[in-house]
Design a protein around this ligand. Structure first.
Ligand code: SAH
Length: 256
């Protein structure tokens, strides 16, 4: 299954936005997250100067390519799958998924289908008629006050889609310590813990079992094992130095 969103097949649709500043800020958010197809439906005010001021220079390309439609139905015509966003739950909004579950669902679809993300007007959100054109509804979970600024909602949804892509392409896989490295470390630890009398020499394995369980639970990395072994070596070196210093002092002053 494809785990990466194909951003070329994703459009953001602002439905009847009231403020040009929100169109500009939404374009900027899209640009930040690597999306560039912006459709605007029946905007109340499409003042380009005010839009571009919020979009900034970098996102001006998104604004220049922006397509304006008379109604939502026409804007959605070429799209294969439509996601509506809503601040409200319940009523006609029966099955609404949370924003963090959107990326895994959309990723395989975006390989061969054009997907639209629809955002409603600032004052009332999407109407029931708009929602009926959507295959899926998504909500950004919030505290009690659920209505986000339009452009901030665009940012969070685009971020969620982007987040999946970046983690999927660069998984962090640390090199875990192998059995030989672990056994070497436990042997060294046992030796040093007996020497400093932290554990009894007659039954050291009893305590060492606890330490092994602790290490197993941590899933130690190779780098961490070599740090612990370095500490053991240093304790040994320090102990030896102290012992030799003591011998030297006793030889120099046997009455000490
Ligand atoms: N007052 C409206 C919200 C309008 S906010 C209402 O109560 O429905 C403008 C748009 O931003 C919404 O239509 C929706 O597309 C998006 N939005 C705002 N808050 C959201 C949230 N918590 N989850 C999903 N989308 C949200």
């Amino acid at each position: 299954m494809l785990a990466v969103i194909n951003s070329k097949n994703v459009s953001v649709i602002l439905c009847r936005p009231r403020y040009p500043e929100n169109i500009g800020a939404a374009a900027r958010a899209m640009c930040n997250m690597g999306f560039d197809q912006l459709l605007v439906v029946d905007p109340q005010n499409c003042d380009l100067t005010r839009i571009l001021k919020m979009a900034t220079h970098t996102a001006s390309q998104v604004v220049e390519q922006m397509q304006v439609y008379q109604n939502l139905q026409t804007a959605l015509e070429p799209l294969h799958y439509v996601v509506g966003t809503t601040a409200r739950l319940g009523g006609q909004r029966q099955s609404v998924i949370s924003a963090d579950r959107l990326a895994p669902e959309l990723a395989p679809l975006t390989a061969n289908n054009r997907v639209g993300l629809v955002f409603g007007p600032e004052d009332r959100g999407l109407t029931n008629e708009d929602l009926r054109l959507c295959h899926r509804l998504v909500n950004i979970p919030t505290a009690e006050f659920s209505s986000l600024n339009l452009a901030q909602a665009v940012m969070i949804i685009c971020y969620e889609l982007r987040r999946d892509r970046s983690t999927a392409s660069k998984p962090f896989v640390p090199r875990l310590a192998n059995r030989q490295e672990l056994d070497g470390m436990y042997a060294q630890l046992k030796d040093v813990l007996v020497k400093i009398s932290y554990i009894q020499p007659d039954n050291p394995d009893y305590f060492m079992n606890n330490l092994r369980q602790f290490g197993t639970r941590m899933g130690l990395q190779a780098k961490e094992v070599s740090i612990i072994r370095g500490i053991c070596r240093q304790i040994n070196w320090y102990g030896k130095n102290c012992y030799q210093d003591g011998l030297k002092r006793r030889r120099e002053d046997p009455c000490d």
